[in-house]
Design a protein around this ligand. Structure first.
Ligand code: B12
Length: 478
């Protein structure tokens, strides 16, 4: 038997959509699969103990969605908890352990080393885990398993990441209790594509999902929406890096949903880049059930957009807001303040511009999480090697280690960059910040834009709120 374990217990809860797909594929391939979901468990250690007391697995797959919460100032790191979970399972079972998930795929070798697990899969899990079960059963030819990291006499070997061009996943969504996640998490995830061909200097998505858009058949996506609807799950969030890359695929997905009459039955939210986005796409998205878009705007200053390697302009942001308004969709713009070259003037320019174009809300994240393998990390690591660690923010001692939450904030923003951002925002309630000072964020603050242990959000969802978290928060904040 293949046992898959969901370790993500952050609240508000997010359903393990990746495990739903992996389990569905393994079952389709004829494997006996079970899901041990530690999220709803009051005591995860006890749940693990009870499970392995009565089951005998031949392979145990553990999912790591988030390596950390990627936010300064909280900088919460989840690897210690993963190490403890792997240790606890080892005490109770001799079966080999494989780790996967987007958090794992960003730091595959480091996580394999520090947890002592037998295997890891970097990239898509569906076909890889089935092949791994076959090799564990007797083949032993681990070089054949796509995306696999495995141990040999010569140390850890990493096969090429598993990013198959065609993404075809089961649409049944039978393994995860998605109704529970809708009730406690306010929404349910669904993917229309994987990977991203943009080159934003800070982004981890290409490290985990690959550097090209890998598309799902629109009909398969619509089948999945129908499977979820049949169970009363009618509030969705896409799990694509950017829904509109490429734009034609976004249109094709909308066409399929409209044709099947699903637009009036589901409400969905998505992440998008500000372009390509035109009147046709906006109108089709609204007719297909989209009720809110979160744009990865990053900045509204041309120099900063160039520094981040973004493909859009400030005018694209303004046009995106207008198109959303014209089509009745809520609109949020996500900003990333503090990148290389950011000054009080460029930050002011961005915040003032966003105030003028008037989205429903804006996320003012300050500080860039540095991931090994991204453009920004290459530049900053060279500076650090030359003895210059200005702009680095972290909560651990010793040498800079990008596995641990490490952030960059342009030193030109001064000694109190979060104070500066707060001042620029003023009392404008449309903006959410990731924390007001270098002290950990007070989590019961309504405006807090960190979904890690966000108590007001949990409470709102308990009271019936549904939708993307920013859409719930903006309503909470009035
Ligand atoms: C959509 C999304 C959200 C939505 C979720 C909506 C929803 N209902 O699902 C929202 C906005 C709520 C959100 C919130 C957060 N997110 Co988010 N999110 C994403 C996004 C875009 C998609 C995640 C996803 O579900 N992918 C689709 C599934 C199918 O893919 P998957 O989980 O990777 O699974 C595949 C493989 O990894 C593998 N696999 C998975 N598990 C296993 C297990 C085994 C054993 C094996 C073999 C394989 C395997 O197989 C699966 C299928 O191929 C990713 C970036 C990205 N492009 O993936 C960021 C991302 C995961 N989020 C991230 C973060 C940090 C967060 C927050 C912590 C932010 C915050 N501080 O508030 C919260 C955490 C919320 C929570 N409770 O967990 C980071 C994590 C980075 C890291 N260092 O680990 C990412 C990578 C974004 C980024 N580039 O920084 N997020």
């Amino acid at each position: 038997m293949l046992t898959l374990v969901n370790t993500n217990r952050m609240v508000p809860v997010i359903g393990p959509v990746g495990l739903d797909y992996v389990a569905g594929s393994a079952a389709q391939a004829g494997l006996d699969v079970e899901l041990l979901d530690l999220c709803p468990a009051a005591d995860p250690d006890k749940a693990i103990g009870e499970y392995f007391a009565s089951r005998s697995a031949e392979l145990i797959g553990i999912s790591l969605r988030n390596s950390d919460d990627c936010m300064w100032p909280s900088a919460d790191w989840f690897i210690g908890e993963l190490q403890r979970t792997v240790g606890r399972i080892r005490e109770l079972s001799d079966a080999p352990i494989v780790i996967g998930g987007v958090g794992f795929s960003i730091f595959p070798k480091m996580i394999l080393e520090c947890t002592g697990s037998d295997f890891g899969i970097r990239g898509d899990g569906e076909q890889a885990v089935v092949e791994l079960v076959h090799q564990v059963r007797g083949g032993g030819d681990f070089a054949k398993v796509p995306g696999l990291l495995w141990r040999s006499d010569d140390g850890i070997i990493a096969n090429s990441p598993n990013w198959p061009e065609r993404v075809c996943v089961p649409s049944g969504r039978d393994f995860v209790d998605n109704a529970y996640y809708l009730e406690r998490g306010g929404q349910c995830g669904i993917e229309t594509k994987r990977g991203c061909n943009r080159h934003c200097i800070y982004c981890a998505d290409p490290l985990a999902k690959g550097g090209v858009s890998r598309l799902r058949e629109p009909a398969e996506v619509a089948d999945e929406v129908q499977s979820l609807l049949a169970r009363g799950i009618d509030v969705l969030h896409t799990c694509d890096s950017e829904f509109n890359i490429p734009g034609e695929h976004a249109l094709a997905v909308c066409d399929e949903l409209i044709e099947r009459g699903l637009g009036g039955k589901v409400r969905w939210y998505t992440y998008m880049t500000p372009q390509p986005f035109d009147a046709e796409l906006a109108s089709k998205m609204a007719r297909a059930g989209c009720v809110g878009i979160n744009f990865t705007g990053d900045s509204a200053c041309a120099e900063m957009l160039r520094t981040y390697c973004k493909g859009h302009t400030c005018e694209d942001l303004a046009s995106a807001v207008k198109l959303c308004r014209a089509n009745g969709m809520a609109v949020m713009i996500d900003l990333l303040l503090g990148g290389p070259g950011e000054t009080p003037q460029t930050a002011r320019q961005t915040i003032d511009f966003i105030k003028r174009i008037n989205p429903d809300c804006a996320g003012a994240t300050l500080g860039i999480r540095l991931y090994p393998g991204t453009g920004i990390s290459a530049t900053i690591s060279r500076r650090i090697a030359a003895g210059d660690d200005s702009g680095i923010h972290r909560r651990y001692d010793g040498p800079v280690d990008l596995f641990k939450p490490t952030f960059y904030i342009s030193p030109s923003l001064g000694d109190d960059p979060s104070g500066l951002v707060a001042e620029l925002i003023g009392c404008d309630k449309r903006f959410f910040t990731s924390g007001k000072s270098d002290e950990p964020e007070p989590r019961d603050e309504p405006a807090g834009y960190n979904y890690n242990e966000n108590k007001p959000l949990v409470e709102a969802i308990r009271n019936g709120a549904r939708g993307a978290y920013w859409d719930i928060l903006r309503q909470l904040n009035g």
